[in-house]
Design a protein. Structure first.
Length: 258
């Protein structure tokens, strides 16, 4: 009996050690986001931060035994927010490109996105070449602004009357509505997944796009622990159908492509 008791106690200690090892690592992740970026991360009528990326992040952190906090940030200051450790990650339909890979530790891609040109209904702009002499809006330090600065798009940029940077897409759509800009370069997930449904028939999306892109999660360059843990759990969520379910909830389709 005594030997059995010792065996049971030893087994319990081993199980506790294994459980402890499974929960090792960071206990909390602070995620920076633009909280005007529907349907990926935005505020609902109760002022709660909700969205597709929010659900993905909550589920990932739950599986990793981590608390998660969502922190709205100035999108133009996101690199400084991350480096100063005020946030641990940027999880907000964040495009992976060569310049960002030099600065951030990027996760594996988890969806395919594109940059679209949105114009008011009835606009004379029907193709990208028609932007010549027009005023175009982009989000500050976004993929849209990055694309316009590429050498291959120099001719297009130089042909514009002006291109203006705004802190978020809510401000951009307000400028479109008030006819202070002629067109905007907008993420496909936002243009097709939110505004096209929020204000049906009010905008047109050009058939041509500014380019396709892959989306990932950004961490500090030297922060391997968060990166590896999130990569692993996202792989699990893709395999078991959780990502598909969350995508269909917010987008009406499975846009998880990787």
């Amino acid at each position: 009996m005594k030997k059995l008791l010792v065996f049971i106690m030893s087994l319990m200690m081993m199980l506790m050690m294994v459980a402890g090892c499974g929960n090792s690592g960071p206990k909390k992740m602070v995620i920076g986001l633009d909280d005007n970026f529907a349907p990926m991360g935005f505020r609902n009528e109760k002022n709660e931060i909700v969205g597709m990326d929010i659900d993905l992040a909550r589920e990932a952190c739950k599986r990793l035994g981590m608390e998660v906090e969502f922190k709205p940030i100035d999108w133009g200051a996101k690199e400084a927010e991350l480096k100063s450790k005020r946030i641990d990650a940027i999880w907000n339909c964040f495009t992976i490109n060569p310049e960002r890979e030099k600065v951030y530790g990027m996760s594996k891609p988890y969806l395919l996105n594109a940059q679209l040109v949105v114009v008011p209904k009835g606009s004379s702009i029907k193709k990208i070449a028609d932007l010549k002499g027009k005023v175009v809006a982009v989000q500050d330090d976004s993929t849209g602004s990055y694309l316009l600065e590429l050498p291959k798009n120099k001719e297009l940029k130089d042909s514009l009357k002006d291109y203006r940077k705004y802190p978020d897409f809510a401000a951009i759509y307000m400028e479109l509505d008030n006819k202070r800009v002629d067109a905007a370069i907008v993420d496909a997930v936002l243009a097709r997944g939110y505004y096209d449904k929020l204000k049906p028939g009010q905008y047109e999306i050009l058939d041509e796009n500014m380019g396709e892109e892959v989306v990932g999660i950004a961490f500090r360059k030297d922060d391997k622990e968060f990166l590896e843990r999130i990569n692993k759990v996202m792989d699990e969520m893709k395999k078991d159908g959780t990502c598909k379910k969350i995508s269909e909830k917010w987008m009406g389709a499975d846009i998880i492509k990787y």
